[in-house]
Each structure stands twice: as structure tokens, then as C-alpha cells.
Design a protein. Sequence first.
Length: 78
Amino acid sequence: MSEIEKLSFEDAMRELETTVGKLETGEATLEESIALYERGAKLRAHCEKRLREAEERVEKITLSASGQPTGSEPAEGL
């Protein structure tokens, strides 16, 4: 498991915001900017994955609580 995969959604979002802020200032060298961009892309992907997982859990809980479909089906196999 990579360092980024160990981050909570909230911690990853904070780090992503910090990374974007550093890129927006334009003070980083080209190499630093590339490294920041690459890390930002990984953080974004991690946040999207965590958000999808949370949405799936909520769908499953909703279906379990009501016993009837709520208009969507939980995603399987991710």
C-alpha cells in the first residue's frame, strides 16, 4: 500500500489543496512543478476512489435498511 493510499479522504484533500496552491503560485521550478503535478494527480485519483467507495457503502446501507431498491443499485466488484 502506497503512502497516498494510507491517507484518509480528508487528509488527501488537504494535501491536494496545498499542492494546487503551490502550483498556482508559479514559484516552483519546472522539475518541482512536474513532481507536484504528478503527486496531485495521484491524490485526486485517491480522493475519487474513496468517494466512490463511500457512495457504494451508502447505497448498500440504504438498500439494507429499506429492503427495497432506492432507484439505484450498489456497484459490485470494485
